[in-house]
Design a binder for this molecule. Sequence first.
Ligand SMILES: [Zn+2]
Length: 258
Amino acid sequence: MTGYTTVPYTIAYANELVDEPILFEWHEYELRLTYRHPHRSDWVNGILRARSLDLRDRPKARGSERMRKLNVLRQWKCMNHLLCQVCGAPATDPESGRIPWLLVPTVFERTGEESGRTNAPPTCWNCIPKALKECPMLQDQAMLCTVEAALSAGVLADLYRARTPAQPLLWRHNVFVAWDAIAYHPVALAVAQVVELYDMRPVPEKDIARTHPSARVLRPQPAQLVGIPPVGVDQPGAPDNVRPPVTSPPPGISQVGR
Ligand SMILES: [Zn+2]
């Protein structure tokens, strides 16, 4: 049992999961990852993306929900269009123009005083009470902020080495690969899009009570954006642009694994 009353928009269903073997091929004088029967849409900015189906609107075909799995296509869509990861509607506050974002340390890496990277899509104000209520991780570690902008920064990916072209070996799991870290693009299999958040402002609890009273009864943690340790940046041997900052569980969905 999941304990969730609704299935978050980014959660995968059983029949959406695609386990497609990957292999290396020679491409433009270098080895790159591909599928046995590739489509042009398998690559995003030169990085192979994990395949997935989107059957959310077909309840009879999609199978049961897999609360520990993310749907890659819907996660991507949420980041591209700033959609709420719980309901799939636009997350931007129409009055302020700012985007509410619920974060936990495991999906966030600070990059500056008021900026940071995450693979967790935003959560709209309407869904924040529900997310706080139903996700134990958020109840313990929630950080609520609003951001001015979120720009695509790269991907969360698994990196592979080629033992032989037909035998990719997993080299690094769940690392951040920047869009400009092109040396790693041929060996990366993207599992989520990562965005960088700008002008992050913690939401004081008194403001939550005033502007979003329904959120207060759920005792959201006061946002504590100062002092969040960067996740994994000191891992030995990590190249500058290939860091393991953000792991899978997004806000509103606890312990999502792959
Ligand atoms: Zn929502």
